[in-house]
Write a protein that binds this ligand. Structure first.
Ligand code: NAD
Ligand code: TYD
Length: 353
Protein backbone atom coordinates (compact mmCIF):
# COMPACT_ATOMS: atom_id res chain seq x y z
CA UNK A 1 0.00 0.00 0.00
CA UNK A 2 1.37 3.41 -0.98
CA UNK A 3 0.26 6.31 1.19
CA UNK A 4 0.58 10.03 0.67
CA UNK A 5 0.78 11.47 4.18
CA UNK A 6 0.53 15.25 4.13
CA UNK A 7 1.65 17.23 7.18
CA UNK A 8 4.03 14.32 7.94
CA UNK A 9 6.48 16.55 9.82
CA UNK A 10 3.85 17.88 12.22
CA UNK A 11 2.71 16.36 15.50
CA UNK A 12 0.09 13.77 14.52
CA UNK A 13 1.48 13.24 11.01
CA UNK A 14 4.91 12.20 12.31
CA UNK A 15 3.40 9.90 14.94
CA UNK A 16 1.30 8.30 12.22
CA UNK A 17 4.32 7.75 9.93
CA UNK A 18 6.12 5.83 12.71
CA UNK A 19 2.99 3.89 13.59
CA UNK A 20 2.18 2.86 10.04
CA UNK A 21 5.67 1.99 8.81
CA UNK A 22 6.25 -0.11 11.92
CA UNK A 23 2.95 -1.96 11.69
CA UNK A 24 2.92 -2.63 7.95
CA UNK A 25 6.33 -3.86 6.85
CA UNK A 26 5.37 -3.76 3.17
CA UNK A 27 3.95 -0.23 3.26
CA UNK A 28 5.51 2.79 1.54
CA UNK A 29 4.85 6.39 2.55
CA UNK A 30 5.40 9.56 0.58
CA UNK A 31 5.49 12.34 3.16
CA UNK A 32 4.62 15.83 1.99
CA UNK A 33 5.06 18.86 4.23
CA UNK A 34 5.54 22.56 3.68
CA UNK A 35 7.59 22.81 6.89
CA UNK A 36 5.80 25.78 8.34
CA UNK A 37 6.80 26.86 11.86
CA UNK A 38 4.96 23.72 13.08
CA UNK A 39 6.64 21.25 10.77
CA UNK A 40 9.93 19.89 11.97
CA UNK A 41 11.83 17.16 10.19
CA UNK A 42 13.54 16.30 13.45
CA UNK A 43 10.19 14.68 14.32
CA UNK A 44 11.04 11.92 11.84
CA UNK A 45 14.67 11.48 12.83
CA UNK A 46 13.96 8.23 14.73
CA UNK A 47 13.08 6.27 11.59
CA UNK A 48 15.33 3.20 11.28
CA UNK A 49 17.45 2.56 8.19
CA UNK A 50 14.93 -0.06 7.08
CA UNK A 51 12.01 2.33 7.60
CA UNK A 52 13.81 5.07 5.67
CA UNK A 53 13.85 2.72 2.66
CA UNK A 54 10.04 2.85 2.74
CA UNK A 55 9.69 6.58 3.28
CA UNK A 56 10.37 9.52 1.03
CA UNK A 57 10.05 13.13 2.16
CA UNK A 58 9.02 15.92 -0.20
CA UNK A 59 8.93 19.52 0.94
CA UNK A 60 5.95 21.26 -0.61
CA UNK A 61 2.54 22.81 -0.31
CA UNK A 62 -0.76 20.93 -0.68
CA UNK A 63 -1.87 23.90 -2.81
CA UNK A 64 0.79 23.09 -5.43
CA UNK A 65 -1.13 21.10 -8.06
CA UNK A 66 1.90 20.64 -10.27
CA UNK A 67 3.85 19.03 -7.44
CA UNK A 68 0.85 16.92 -6.43
CA UNK A 69 0.46 15.69 -10.01
CA UNK A 70 4.11 14.72 -10.07
CA UNK A 71 3.71 12.78 -6.80
CA UNK A 72 0.63 10.88 -7.98
CA UNK A 73 2.28 10.05 -11.31
CA UNK A 74 5.56 8.93 -9.84
CA UNK A 75 4.32 6.99 -6.82
CA UNK A 76 0.94 5.59 -7.83
CA UNK A 77 -0.67 6.63 -4.54
CA UNK A 78 -3.38 4.36 -3.05
CA UNK A 79 -4.36 6.32 0.02
CA UNK A 80 -4.14 10.00 0.93
CA UNK A 81 -4.15 10.85 4.63
CA UNK A 82 -4.44 14.61 4.86
CA UNK A 83 -3.02 15.92 8.13
CA UNK A 84 -1.59 19.09 6.57
CA UNK A 85 -3.20 22.08 8.21
CA UNK A 86 -2.75 25.22 10.18
CA UNK A 87 -3.81 23.82 13.52
CA UNK A 88 -3.66 26.40 16.30
CA UNK A 89 -6.81 28.29 17.28
CA UNK A 90 -4.95 31.27 18.80
CA UNK A 91 -2.98 31.83 15.60
CA UNK A 92 -6.16 31.65 13.54
CA UNK A 93 -7.41 34.69 15.44
CA UNK A 94 -4.39 36.68 14.23
CA UNK A 95 -4.04 35.39 10.67
CA UNK A 96 -7.23 33.66 9.42
CA UNK A 97 -6.28 33.91 5.73
CA UNK A 98 -3.43 31.39 6.10
CA UNK A 99 -5.95 28.97 7.60
CA UNK A 100 -8.36 29.33 4.70
CA UNK A 101 -5.56 28.86 2.18
CA UNK A 102 -4.32 25.58 3.62
CA UNK A 103 -7.36 24.13 5.38
CA UNK A 104 -9.92 24.88 2.66
CA UNK A 105 -8.18 25.58 -0.66
CA UNK A 106 -5.42 23.05 0.04
CA UNK A 107 -7.99 20.29 0.62
CA UNK A 108 -9.64 21.16 -2.67
CA UNK A 109 -6.29 20.95 -4.51
CA UNK A 110 -5.58 17.54 -3.05
CA UNK A 111 -9.05 16.27 -3.89
CA UNK A 112 -8.92 17.52 -7.47
CA UNK A 113 -5.49 16.04 -8.19
CA UNK A 114 -6.39 12.72 -6.55
CA UNK A 115 -9.54 12.62 -8.65
CA UNK A 116 -7.57 13.25 -11.84
CA UNK A 117 -5.45 10.19 -11.12
CA UNK A 118 -8.02 7.88 -9.53
CA UNK A 119 -11.00 8.38 -11.85
CA UNK A 120 -10.45 6.46 -15.07
CA UNK A 121 -13.02 6.29 -17.88
CA UNK A 122 -16.22 6.41 -15.90
CA UNK A 123 -15.15 4.74 -12.70
CA UNK A 124 -12.91 5.00 -9.68
CA UNK A 125 -9.84 2.77 -9.50
CA UNK A 126 -10.17 -0.03 -6.94
CA UNK A 127 -8.91 0.38 -3.39
CA UNK A 128 -8.32 4.13 -3.39
CA UNK A 129 -9.09 6.14 -0.24
CA UNK A 130 -8.92 9.82 0.68
CA UNK A 131 -8.90 10.32 4.45
CA UNK A 132 -9.57 13.88 5.55
CA UNK A 133 -8.37 14.40 9.13
CA UNK A 134 -10.69 16.80 10.88
CA UNK A 135 -11.64 17.87 14.36
CA UNK A 136 -14.42 17.90 16.95
CA UNK A 137 -14.14 21.70 16.86
CA UNK A 138 -16.25 21.83 13.67
CA UNK A 139 -19.28 20.93 15.82
CA UNK A 140 -18.95 24.06 17.97
CA UNK A 141 -19.34 24.09 21.72
CA UNK A 142 -21.35 21.94 24.15
CA UNK A 143 -23.11 22.87 27.38
CA UNK A 144 -22.52 20.78 30.52
CA UNK A 145 -24.38 17.76 29.09
CA UNK A 146 -24.32 15.74 25.87
CA UNK A 147 -21.86 14.64 23.22
CA UNK A 148 -21.02 15.37 19.59
CA UNK A 149 -22.21 12.63 17.25
CA UNK A 150 -21.51 12.40 13.52
CA UNK A 151 -24.96 13.94 12.98
CA UNK A 152 -24.39 17.02 15.12
CA UNK A 153 -24.72 20.05 12.82
CA UNK A 154 -21.52 21.91 12.05
CA UNK A 155 -21.30 25.14 14.04
CA UNK A 156 -17.67 26.28 14.12
CA UNK A 157 -16.69 29.42 16.05
CA UNK A 158 -13.01 30.12 15.46
CA UNK A 159 -11.36 30.85 12.11
CA UNK A 160 -9.50 27.55 12.65
CA UNK A 161 -12.63 25.44 13.14
CA UNK A 162 -14.47 27.30 10.38
CA UNK A 163 -11.62 26.53 7.97
CA UNK A 164 -11.64 22.85 8.99
CA UNK A 165 -15.41 22.73 8.50
CA UNK A 166 -14.86 24.23 5.03
CA UNK A 167 -12.35 21.49 4.23
CA UNK A 168 -14.79 18.81 5.45
CA UNK A 169 -17.60 20.20 3.33
CA UNK A 170 -15.59 20.29 0.13
CA UNK A 171 -14.41 16.73 0.82
CA UNK A 172 -18.02 15.66 1.41
CA UNK A 173 -19.05 17.40 -1.82
CA UNK A 174 -16.52 15.29 -3.77
CA UNK A 175 -18.20 12.19 -2.40
CA UNK A 176 -21.75 13.46 -2.92
CA UNK A 177 -21.09 14.75 -6.44
CA UNK A 178 -18.45 12.41 -7.87
CA UNK A 179 -18.68 9.39 -5.51
CA UNK A 180 -15.03 9.96 -4.72
CA UNK A 181 -13.81 7.49 -2.04
CA UNK A 182 -13.60 10.07 0.74
CA UNK A 183 -13.81 9.39 4.49
CA UNK A 184 -13.72 12.13 7.12
CA UNK A 185 -12.44 11.53 10.65
CA UNK A 186 -13.06 13.99 13.47
CA UNK A 187 -10.97 13.54 16.58
CA UNK A 188 -10.81 15.30 19.91
CA UNK A 189 -7.73 17.06 21.37
CA UNK A 190 -4.61 14.97 20.83
CA UNK A 191 -1.54 14.96 23.05
CA UNK A 192 1.73 13.01 23.13
CA UNK A 193 5.30 13.15 21.74
CA UNK A 194 6.29 15.79 19.16
CA UNK A 195 3.44 18.19 19.87
CA UNK A 196 4.51 21.75 19.19
CA UNK A 197 4.84 23.65 22.48
CA UNK A 198 2.18 26.23 21.69
CA UNK A 199 -0.64 23.80 22.55
CA UNK A 200 -1.84 23.53 26.14
CA UNK A 201 -0.04 20.41 27.38
CA UNK A 202 3.50 20.86 25.96
CA UNK A 203 3.40 24.61 26.64
CA UNK A 204 2.56 24.01 30.31
CA UNK A 205 5.24 21.32 30.64
CA UNK A 206 7.92 23.60 29.17
CA UNK A 207 6.89 26.70 31.13
CA UNK A 208 6.68 24.77 34.40
CA UNK A 209 10.13 23.25 33.88
CA UNK A 210 11.45 26.78 33.38
CA UNK A 211 9.48 28.16 36.37
CA UNK A 212 7.57 30.45 34.05
CA UNK A 213 3.94 31.49 34.39
CA UNK A 214 1.30 29.00 33.34
CA UNK A 215 -1.31 31.11 31.49
CA UNK A 216 -4.79 29.65 31.97
CA UNK A 217 -7.43 31.32 29.81
CA UNK A 218 -10.58 32.63 31.49
CA UNK A 219 -11.74 30.64 34.53
CA UNK A 220 -9.90 27.46 33.49
CA UNK A 221 -13.14 25.48 33.44
CA UNK A 222 -13.30 24.91 29.69
CA UNK A 223 -13.35 21.20 28.96
CA UNK A 224 -11.44 19.24 26.32
CA UNK A 225 -11.75 15.51 25.58
CA UNK A 226 -8.15 14.25 25.52
CA UNK A 227 -6.96 11.56 23.12
CA UNK A 228 -3.47 10.03 23.28
CA UNK A 229 -1.96 10.33 19.80
CA UNK A 230 -1.21 6.60 19.46
CA UNK A 231 -4.90 5.81 20.03
CA UNK A 232 -5.70 8.28 17.27
CA UNK A 233 -3.23 6.59 14.89
CA UNK A 234 -4.87 3.21 15.57
CA UNK A 235 -8.26 4.68 14.72
CA UNK A 236 -7.01 6.12 11.41
CA UNK A 237 -5.46 2.75 10.56
CA UNK A 238 -8.85 1.07 11.11
CA UNK A 239 -10.61 3.71 9.03
CA UNK A 240 -8.19 3.08 6.13
CA UNK A 241 -8.73 -0.69 6.43
CA UNK A 242 -12.44 -0.91 7.17
CA UNK A 243 -14.03 2.53 7.00
CA UNK A 244 -17.04 3.01 4.78
CA UNK A 245 -16.67 5.44 1.90
CA UNK A 246 -18.62 8.68 2.29
CA UNK A 247 -18.86 8.31 6.09
CA UNK A 248 -17.72 10.45 9.00
CA UNK A 249 -16.13 8.85 12.10
CA UNK A 250 -15.81 10.61 15.45
CA UNK A 251 -12.75 9.62 17.49
CA UNK A 252 -12.50 10.26 21.23
CA UNK A 253 -11.96 8.22 24.37
CA UNK A 254 -14.27 9.83 26.95
CA UNK A 255 -11.42 11.60 28.69
CA UNK A 256 -13.01 14.94 29.43
CA UNK A 257 -11.01 17.17 31.74
CA UNK A 258 -11.21 20.83 32.76
CA UNK A 259 -8.16 22.85 31.68
CA UNK A 260 -7.35 23.75 35.26
CA UNK A 261 -7.31 20.05 36.20
CA UNK A 262 -4.90 19.38 33.30
CA UNK A 263 -2.55 22.15 34.41
CA UNK A 264 -2.57 21.06 38.07
CA UNK A 265 -1.97 17.45 37.06
CA UNK A 266 1.02 18.48 34.94
CA UNK A 267 2.44 20.37 37.92
CA UNK A 268 1.93 17.37 40.21
CA UNK A 269 3.51 14.84 37.83
CA UNK A 270 6.42 17.10 36.91
CA UNK A 271 7.22 17.87 40.54
CA UNK A 272 7.14 14.17 41.39
CA UNK A 273 9.39 13.26 38.47
CA UNK A 274 11.92 16.10 38.88
CA UNK A 275 11.81 16.69 42.65
CA UNK A 276 11.74 20.42 41.85
CA UNK A 277 9.66 22.28 44.50
CA UNK A 278 9.61 25.44 42.42
CA UNK A 279 7.16 23.65 40.14
CA UNK A 280 4.00 24.43 42.08
CA UNK A 281 0.56 25.98 41.71
CA UNK A 282 1.87 29.52 42.36
CA UNK A 283 2.99 29.46 38.72
CA UNK A 284 -0.63 29.39 37.54
CA UNK A 285 -1.84 32.71 36.17
CA UNK A 286 -5.41 33.24 35.03
CA UNK A 287 -5.23 35.46 31.95
CA UNK A 288 -7.69 37.15 29.61
CA UNK A 289 -9.93 34.61 27.91
CA UNK A 290 -9.49 33.56 24.29
CA UNK A 291 -12.09 35.36 22.15
CA UNK A 292 -14.88 32.97 21.12
CA UNK A 293 -13.46 30.30 23.47
CA UNK A 294 -15.50 27.09 23.11
CA UNK A 295 -16.64 25.88 26.52
CA UNK A 296 -16.78 22.13 26.18
CA UNK A 297 -15.91 19.44 23.63
CA UNK A 298 -16.91 15.79 24.15
CA UNK A 299 -17.07 13.08 21.54
CA UNK A 300 -19.48 10.18 21.20
CA UNK A 301 -17.25 7.50 19.62
CA UNK A 302 -19.99 4.82 19.47
CA UNK A 303 -19.89 4.55 15.68
CA UNK A 304 -16.17 3.83 15.32
CA UNK A 305 -16.33 1.49 18.33
CA UNK A 306 -19.26 -0.59 17.13
CA UNK A 307 -18.65 -0.52 13.36
CA UNK A 308 -14.83 -0.68 13.23
CA UNK A 309 -13.98 -2.17 16.65
CA UNK A 310 -11.84 0.75 17.85
CA UNK A 311 -11.29 1.43 21.51
CA UNK A 312 -8.91 3.83 23.18
CA UNK A 313 -6.10 2.27 25.25
CA UNK A 314 -4.88 5.14 27.41
CA UNK A 315 -6.70 7.08 30.09
CA UNK A 316 -5.72 10.74 30.25
CA UNK A 317 -3.61 10.18 33.36
CA UNK A 318 -1.72 7.25 31.77
CA UNK A 319 -1.11 9.13 28.53
CA UNK A 320 0.06 12.19 30.43
CA UNK A 321 2.72 10.19 32.34
CA UNK A 322 4.13 8.88 29.06
CA UNK A 323 3.96 12.31 27.46
CA UNK A 324 5.74 14.03 30.34
CA UNK A 325 8.47 11.34 30.31
CA UNK A 326 8.92 11.94 26.58
CA UNK A 327 9.32 15.71 27.02
CA UNK A 328 11.73 15.25 29.93
CA UNK A 329 13.84 12.98 27.73
CA UNK A 330 13.66 15.31 24.72
CA UNK A 331 14.34 18.79 26.08
CA UNK A 332 16.71 19.51 23.18
CA UNK A 333 13.86 18.81 20.77
CA UNK A 334 11.77 21.44 22.55
CA UNK A 335 14.62 23.96 22.46
CA UNK A 336 15.18 23.42 18.76
CA UNK A 337 11.49 23.55 18.01
CA UNK A 338 10.73 26.80 19.78
CA UNK A 339 13.70 28.70 18.42
CA UNK A 340 13.50 31.10 15.48
CA UNK A 341 10.25 31.98 13.81
CA UNK A 342 8.05 30.58 16.51
CA UNK A 343 9.58 32.71 19.24
CA UNK A 344 9.28 35.88 17.14
CA UNK A 345 5.61 35.19 16.53
CA UNK A 346 5.09 34.31 20.14
CA UNK A 347 6.70 37.54 21.37
CA UNK A 348 4.76 39.69 18.92
CA UNK A 349 1.32 38.20 19.45
CA UNK A 350 1.17 36.43 22.77
CA UNK A 351 3.33 38.14 25.33
CA UNK A 352 1.41 40.89 27.06
CA UNK A 353 -1.85 39.03 26.53
P1 NAD B 1 0.61 20.42 13.38
O1 NAD B 1 0.41 21.89 13.32
O2 NAD B 1 1.52 19.87 14.41
O3 NAD B 1 1.13 19.91 11.96
C1 NAD B 1 0.63 20.36 10.76
C2 NAD B 1 1.67 20.06 9.67
O4 NAD B 1 1.14 20.48 8.41
C3 NAD B 1 2.99 20.81 9.87
O5 NAD B 1 4.06 19.92 9.72
C4 NAD B 1 3.00 21.85 8.76
O6 NAD B 1 4.30 22.17 8.30
C5 NAD B 1 2.16 21.16 7.69
N1 NAD B 1 1.52 22.12 6.78
C6 NAD B 1 0.86 23.26 7.10
N2 NAD B 1 0.41 23.86 5.98
C7 NAD B 1 0.78 23.08 4.93
C8 NAD B 1 0.59 23.15 3.53
N3 NAD B 1 -0.05 24.18 2.97
N4 NAD B 1 1.10 22.17 2.76
C9 NAD B 1 1.78 21.13 3.30
N5 NAD B 1 1.99 21.01 4.63
C10 NAD B 1 1.50 21.97 5.44
O7 NAD B 1 -0.84 19.81 13.49
P2 NAD B 1 -1.33 18.45 14.17
O8 NAD B 1 -1.66 18.71 15.57
O9 NAD B 1 -0.37 17.36 13.83
O10 NAD B 1 -2.69 18.23 13.39
C11 NAD B 1 -2.76 17.37 12.24
C12 NAD B 1 -4.19 17.37 11.72
O11 NAD B 1 -5.06 16.89 12.72
C13 NAD B 1 -4.70 18.75 11.32
O12 NAD B 1 -5.48 18.61 10.16
C14 NAD B 1 -5.56 19.18 12.49
O13 NAD B 1 -6.60 20.05 12.07
C15 NAD B 1 -6.11 17.83 12.94
N6 NAD B 1 -6.47 17.78 14.36
C16 NAD B 1 -5.53 17.99 15.32
C17 NAD B 1 -5.89 17.91 16.66
C18 NAD B 1 -4.87 18.10 17.77
O14 NAD B 1 -5.25 18.05 18.93
N7 NAD B 1 -3.60 18.31 17.48
C19 NAD B 1 -7.19 17.63 17.02
C20 NAD B 1 -8.13 17.44 16.01
C21 NAD B 1 -7.74 17.49 14.68
P1 TYD C 1 -5.18 24.19 22.71
O1 TYD C 1 -4.11 23.22 23.10
O2 TYD C 1 -4.79 25.45 22.03
O3 TYD C 1 -6.23 23.35 21.83
P2 TYD C 1 -7.71 23.79 21.32
O4 TYD C 1 -7.89 25.25 21.49
O5 TYD C 1 -7.64 23.40 19.87
O6 TYD C 1 -8.67 22.97 22.11
O7 TYD C 1 -5.99 24.59 24.00
C1 TYD C 1 -6.63 23.62 24.81
C2 TYD C 1 -7.41 24.36 25.88
O8 TYD C 1 -6.50 25.03 26.75
C3 TYD C 1 -8.32 25.44 25.33
O9 TYD C 1 -9.51 25.47 26.11
C4 TYD C 1 -7.54 26.72 25.52
C5 TYD C 1 -6.73 26.44 26.77
N1 TYD C 1 -5.40 27.08 26.84
C6 TYD C 1 -5.05 27.82 27.98
O10 TYD C 1 -5.84 27.96 28.94
N2 TYD C 1 -3.81 28.38 28.02
C7 TYD C 1 -2.92 28.26 27.01
O11 TYD C 1 -1.79 28.83 27.09
C8 TYD C 1 -3.28 27.50 25.85
C9 TYD C 1 -2.33 27.33 24.71
C10 TYD C 1 -4.54 26.92 25.83
Amino acid sequence: MKLLVTGCAGFIGSNFVYYYLRKYKDSFIVGLDKLTYAGNLENLSKLTEEEKQRFVFIRGDINNNELLNHIFEKYNIDVVVNFAAESHVDRSIFEPHVFIKTNVLGVQSLLSVAMEHWFRGDKWLEGKRFIQISTDEVYGSLGPEGYFTENTPLDPHSPYSASKAGGDLIAKAYYDTFKMPVIITRCSNNYGPYQFPEKLIPLMIWNALNHKELPVYGDGKNIRDWLYVEDHCKAIDLVIEKGKIGEVYNIGGHNERENIYVVKKIIEVLRRKTGDDKINEDLIKFVKDRPGHDRRYAMDPTKIQTELGWKHTYSFEEGLEITIDWYLNNLDWVRNTISGEYLKFYEKNYLGR
